[in-house]
Design a protein around this ligand. Structure first.
Ligand SMILES: Cc1cc2nc3c(=O)[nH]c(=O)nc-3n(C[C@H](O)[C@H](O)[C@H](O)COP(=O)(O)OP(=O)(O)OC[C@H]3O[C@@H](n4cnc5c(N)ncnc54)[C@H](O)[C@@H]3O)c2cc1C
Ligand SMILES: NC(=O)c1ccc[n+]([C@@H]2O[C@H](COP(=O)([O-])OP(=O)(O)OC[C@H]3O[C@@H](n4cnc5c(N)ncnc54)[C@H](OP(=O)(O)O)[C@@H]3O)[C@@H](O)[C@H]2O)c1
Length: 465
C-alpha cells in the first residue's frame, strides 16, 4: 500500500518527520513516499539560516538531515512556497496527509515606544543577514524592499543593547565582538565578513528582565562567552546574591545552578583593558528606545517578580546609551492561509501532532516542530517531537481514520502544471560543492552563497567532465 505524505518545511522538524516516516516504512508493509517542500531553494531551515556560523559542529547536523533527504522514498522540492505557489487545499488534495513543519517565521515584539526607530532591529533580521539568507541583501542587510542598515550600523555603533537573556542573544553578542580572524574560519558570506571587519562596537549591554537564576542560556553557550578573546564580562556581584525564589530555582534546576556557578566565577575576575566589554544587566527591563530620528539609547528600569509571578518595573528609570538595539526576545509562528492557527500562542492547535480544525481532529493534517510547540527547544528536541507526530499519523492509517488513496505522482504533476521548477537534492549537492569551492578559493572551509541568483546559478551548473 502507498502512503503519500507532504511535509511543509525542510528544517529539522520536517526532515525528522521524513526520517520517522521512512523508518516505519522499511519495517512495515507500507510504501511511504515523502515530499518535503520548502519555500527556500535549499533545505535545513534554521540549521543553515539560524545556527551561529561560529558553531560549525552544530551546523554540521546538516549532514544527517541531508542523508534523510537523499534517501529512497523522500523527494525534496525546494523553492516552493505553500500558500503562494500552491494553496494548502491543493496540496491536501494531492497527497494522503500533510505535516506542517514550517517553523516560527517572525519575531516577538517588545511593545515599547521607539521600538521601530532606525537602529532598533529584531535578532532574526541580524541572524538572517549574517547567515546569508536569500531574502536579505548581503551587501546592505536590507530585505528586497527594506532599508539598508546592517553594515552602516555596525560601522558606526560603539554601544549596543541586546534585549533578552537566551541563546540567540548570546549568538548575537558573539557575532558583535568576535575577532574577524575567527569569523573568517566560518562559512559566513564574503559580504558579511567584509562588513564585520569594519565594526566599531566596543560595549554590548545584555538586558535580562529577571535575575541570573532565570536566564534561558544553556551553560555551554554561556561559558563560551567568558572564553572569548580580549573581552571582559561585566556584572554586578550584588545580582548574584539570590533572593528566596531564585534560591529555590537554583536548588531545583541544574542548568540554573551551573549558570550561576559560571557567573560567580566571572564576578571574581579582574576586569579592565580588554577591547570589548559585555555587560550583563539583571533585573533590568526596557521601557522605551530613546532617540529622535535614530536610536540613541534604551530607557530601562529595575524589575522584580510580583506575587502573581509577573515581571514588574520597580524604581527609577535610567538610560543606557546605544546606537544599535537588538531585540532577542524570541520568535513567533505565523499564520499560513488555510491552516488553523491560534493567534494567542502563534501555533497550530493540535493533540499529539494531530491538527485540530473547528474543534475536531482534521483528517490527514499533522504538525511538528516550532509551529507545533512554539519557538523553543534545541535541534534534537524536534526529533522526538516529529516521532510523536508520525506515530499519530501511522496509527491513524492503522485504525483506518486515514485511508491512503493518493497517487505518488499527483504532487509533482501539480507543481509541473503550475510551471514551477523546484530545486531537488541534486541541485543542493551542486550548491554545496560550489560553496565549498568558493570558500577554498580564499582559504576558508566554505562560503555561503547569499544571493538567490548565485544559489540558482550554482544549482544549474553542470559538474566538469
Ligand atoms: C538564531 C537561532 C539559532 C539557533 N541555534 C541553535 C543551536 O546552535 N543549536 C540547537 O540545537 N538549536 C538551535 N536553534 C534552535 C533550532 O534551530 C530549532 O529548534 C529548529 O530549527 C526548529 O525546527 P523547525 O523545523 O520547526 O523550524 P525551522 O528550522 O525554522 O524550519 C522551518 C522551514 O519551513 C520553511 N517554510 C516556512 N514557511 C513555508 C511555506 N509557506 N512553504 C514552504 N516552506 C516553508 C522555512 O523556509 C524553513 O526552512 C537556533 C534557533 C535560532 C532561531
Ligand atoms: N546554541 C544553542 O543551543 C542555541 C542557540 C540559539 C537558540 N537556541 C534555542 O532556540 C530557542 C529560541 O531561543 P531564543 O533566545 O530566541 O528564545 P528564549 O530561549 O525563549 O529566550 C528569550 C529571552 O527573551 C526574554 N524576553 C522575552 N520577552 C521579553 C520582554 N518583553 N522583555 C525583556 N525580555 C524578554 C526572555 O525572558 P523571560 O525568561 O523572562 O521571558 C528570555 O530571556 C531556545 O530554545 C534556545 O535554546 C539554542
Amino acid at each position: 500500500m502507498h502512503l503519500v505524505v507532504a511535509v511543509v518545511g525542510a528544517g529539522p522538524s520536517g526532515v525528522y518527520a521524513a526520517e520517522a516516516l521512512t523508518r516505519r516504512s522499511r519495517s512495515e508493509d507500507l510504501d511511504v513516499r515523502v515530499a518535503v517542500l520548502d519555500r527556500l531553494p535549499v533545505p535545513f531551515g534554521l540549521v543553515r539560516y539560524g545556527v551561529a556560523p561560529d558553531h560549525p559542529s552544530i551546523r554540521s547536523i546538516r549532514g544527517t538531515l541531508e542523508r534523510t533527504l537523499d534517501a529512497a522514498g523522500v523527494t525534496f522540492y525546494g523553492d516552493v512556497q505553500v500558500g503562494r505557489d500552491l494553496s494548502v487545499e491543493e496540496l491536501r488534495a494531492s497527497v494522503d496527509a500533510v505535516v506542517y513543519a514550517y517553523g516560527a517565521g517572525s519575531d516577538r515584539r517588545l511593545g515599547i515606544p521607539g521600538e521601530d526607530l532606525p537602529g532598533s532591529v529584531a535578532a532574526p533580521e541580524l541572524v538572517t543577514w549574517y547567515t546569508g539568507h536569500p531574502d536579505v541583501h548581503p551587501d546592505d542587510g536590507s530585505a528586497a524592499a527594506g532599508h539598508p542598515w546592517v553594515p552602516g550600523l555596525l560601522s558606526t555603533a560603539r554601544e549596543v543593547v541586546v534585549v533578552g537573556a537566551g541563546n540567540v542573544a548570546l549568538d548575537v553578542v558573539r557575532v558583535l565582538v568576535r575577532g574577524v580572524d575567527e569569523l573568517a574560519a566560518t562559512d559566513m558570506p564574503d559580504e558579511v565578513l567584509a562588513a564585520l571587519g569594519s565594526r566599531t562596537v566596543t560595549d554590548v549591554h545584555v538586558l535580562a528582565r529577571r535575575g541570573p537564576a532565570y536566564t534561558a542560556f544553556t551553560t555551554k553557550e554561556l561559558r563560551e562567552l567568558g572564553e572569548l578573546d580580549d573581552l571582559d564580562v561585566v556584572l554586578d556581584p550584588a545580582d548574584l546574591v539570590l533572593d528566596e525564589s531564585s534560591r529555590l530555582v537554583a536548588e531545583t534546576d541544574r542548568v540554573a545552578a551551573r549558570n550561576l556557578a559560571v557567573m560567580a566565577e566571572w564576578a571574581q575576575r579582574p576586569t579592565g583593558g580588554a577591547r570589548h566589554r559585555v555587560h550583563l544587566h539583571f533585573w533590568t527591563s526596557p521601557l522605551g528606545v530613546a532617540g529622535t530620528d535614530r536610536v540613541e539609547g534604551v530607557q530601562v528600569t529595575r524589575s522584580a517578580i510580583d506575587a502573581e509571578g509577573l515581571v514588574r518595573p520597580v524604581g527609577d528609570a535610567w538610560t543606557i546609551p546605544a546606537q544599535l538595539v537588538v531585540r532577542a526576545v524570541g520568535y513567533r509562528g505565523l499564520r499560513l492561509a488555510g491552516v488553523p492557527y491560534d493567534e494567542r500562542t502563534g501555533r497550530i492547535p493540535h493533540s499529539e501532532g494531530r491538527v485540530i480544525r473547528d474543534g475536531a481532529f482534521s483528517t490527514g493534517e499533522y504538525v511538528t516542530g516550532w509551529i507545533k510547540r512554539g519557538p523553543t527547544g534545541v535541534i534534537g528536541t524536534n526529533r522526538s517531537d516529529a516521532v510523536e507526530t508520525v506515530a499519530s499519523l501511522l496509527d491513524d492509517v492503522e485504525v483506518g481514520t486515514l485511508q491512503p488513496s493518493a497517487s505518488p505522482e499527483a504532487l509533482s504533476g501539480l507543481l509541473a502544471g503550475r510551471g514551477l521548477h523546484p530545486l531537488g537534492m541534486p541541485e543542493w549537492h551542486r550548491i554545496d560543492a560550489a560553496e565549498i569551492a568558493r570558500g577554498q578559493e580564499h582559504g576558508r572551509p566554505r562560503t555561503t552563497l547569499a544571493h538567490r541568483g548565485e544559489l540558482l546559478a550554482a544549482a544549474d551548473e553542470q559538474p566538469p567532465g
